[in-house]
Design a protein around this ligand. Structure first.
Ligand code: CS2
Length: 481
């Protein structure tokens, strides 16, 4: 009889069956398991959508990651999933998995949107209807934080060992933030539950991590490429750029895979105490500039990020925000060559073969920009400098998702998902300055005096005279006539 490889034990329960997880953590875990077998299979949990979960079951939990660049394509099949669940459909099975003795890591890719974070307080949004329902606890948890907290409470009650909760999302201090939210949830529970959960949380660790790989949505072209490269039909392959990076703190309560191992086309993860440095580097230089490219690109009629890069004014604005406004606010981690990093970003955004859409990067802007813009903007304003291109980022976002009457931002902006769209529409018909102030409030407040005025100037130029005029205005550093 053949022994069952250890990797078939799901030591990891992962919340979020997104393309990002399937092309990043899954591939790094496959590389780790190639280097050292261990109980690190992944039980993937989709919050609500059944499509990917059911398709994965139908194809034996296998799928291909199709690495795409102008240099060519290749397929990698991670094959690390041991099962999939849909939380809304099988809540008991998910809670059982979270509290199973063999579960050692609970990881998350639920996007900025999934954390039910109040951008003003930085804590759990206790007014969120989903959070309120999860605190009542009379039905299965519907929010990610509710699911983690209730899962950990089950573990506490089952006497199960502590676990690591590993956020793999683009949040500032994602581990610390997740810890704050889960503690906030515990704190708001009824007394008996609060005490049980809080005691258990003392043994749980929440390492910070920086995750990086550009992963677009799957299209028919991805399916065709997967079939061509692997010879099998795959309903849910994932397109990804060749680049992948992961930096994380080595604080695991119950062990971890050998993620430092390179393989399957990805380099080994970097374990470091300076995750904050990597995180700022990535959240600001990559994600911050990406947002500007998405909004200005969409307004300039571009469907794709490389299309935005090919638009001279948009590219010029991206280079300015990257080098002049984000870069000086980032303490570069030891060993990182910042010039090479920035040059690589330009190359990554210019990947014409990948098909990364402006609408994807532009979606959920109210939540993403809160992580990307206010911190560096506050630093510049406090130092007496106006960050014109950070202001332009906010103006372009607002022009995309809450345009003033008579201004049509075009189909790519209209297709962006924005949870605050309705709220922002309420001020779109009034004076631009009030509209901008309402938008800044949503991002956590004005980062410093004069910033909202500068956003207002640029918003007016952008919506009256267009993208090129607004870029010229930002570069000239003047105020609007
Ligand atoms: C992007 C990110 O959609 C976005 O907001 O900036 O998803 C970006 O592609 C990844 O963080 C790259 O690692």
């Amino acid at each position: 009889m053949r022994a069952v490889p250890a990797r078939q034990h799901p030591g990891i329960v992962h919340l979020g069956l997104s393309n990002f997880h399937r092309a990043h953590q899954a591939v790094h875990t496959a590389a780790a398991l190639d280097a050292a077998d261990g109980p690190w299979g992944v039980l993937g949990v989709a919050p609500r959508s059944t499509a990917v979960a059911d398709a994965m079951v139908a194809q034996d939990l296998r799928y291909a990651v199709v690495e795409i660049s102008p240099a060519g394509e290749r397929a990698v099949v991670p094959a690390v999933h041991t099962g999939v669940r849909v939380a809304a459909r099988e809540p008991d099975a998910v809670l059982a998995a979270l509290s199973a003795p063999g579960t050692r890591i609970v990881s998350l890719t639920v996007t900025e949107h999934g954390y039910t974070l109040d951008p003003v307080t930085g804590g759990l949004d206790l007014d969120h209807p989903g959070v309120r329902a999860d605190l009542r606890g009379d039905a299965a948890p519907g929010t990610a934080i509710g699911l983690v907290a209730r899962g950990l409470l089950h573990r506490a009650r089952a006497g199960a060992a502590p676990v690591t909760v590993l956020s793999c999302d683009n949040l500032l201090g994602n581990g610390d933030t997740t810890a704050r939210l889960v503690h906030g949830f515990a704190h708001a529970m009824a007394q008996a539950e609060r005490e049980e959960l809080t005691a258990y949380l003392a043994g749980v660790t929440f390492p910070n991590s920086m995750v990086d790989r550009i992963v677009p949505a799957t299209t028919d072209a991805t399916r065709a490429a997967a079939a061509r490269l692997t010879g099998v039909d795959d309903a849910v392959p994932v397109p990804a750029e060749p680049f992948s990076m992961w930096a994380l703190e080595d604080r695991f309560a119950a062990g971890r895979p050998a993620w430092e191992s390179a393989g399957r086309g990805v380099p080994g993860a970097v374990f470091t105490d300076d995750v904050a440095g990597y995180e700022l580097l990535k959240l600001r230089l990559l994600n911050g500039t990406h947002s500007l490219l998405a909004y200005l690109g969409a307004l300039a009629g571009q469907d794709l990020i490389p299309g935005a890069m090919a638009h001279p004014a948009v590219r010029a604005a991206a280079e300015r925000v990257l080098h002049d406004e984000y870069r000086p606010t980032v303490p570069v981690p030891a060993g990182v060559d910042i010039d090479a990093y920035a040059a690589r970003l330009v190359e990554r955004w210019s990947n014409t073969a990948l098909g990364h859409r402006t609408r994807q990067v532009g979606s959920d802007g109210s939540l993403k920009l809160a992580q990307r813009v206010p911190g560096p903007a506050a630093e510049h304003v406090a130092a007496g400098r106006m960050p014109h291109h950070l202001a332009l980022t906010v103006a372009a976002w607002l022009a995309c998702v809450a345009p003033p009457p008579g201004y049509d931002p075009g189909p790519h902006a209209a297709a962006m998902h924005e949870p605050a769209r309705e709220r922002l529409a309420a001020t779109a018909t009034g004076p631009a300055a009030d509209h901008v102030r309402a938008a800044c409030a949503l991002l956590g407040g004005e980062p410093g005096p004069g910033f909202a005025d500068r956003v207002t100037d640029l918003f007016i130029v952008l919506t009256r005279h267009g993208v090129d005029a607004a870029v010229a205005e930002a570069a000239g550093g003047r105020t609007a006539a």
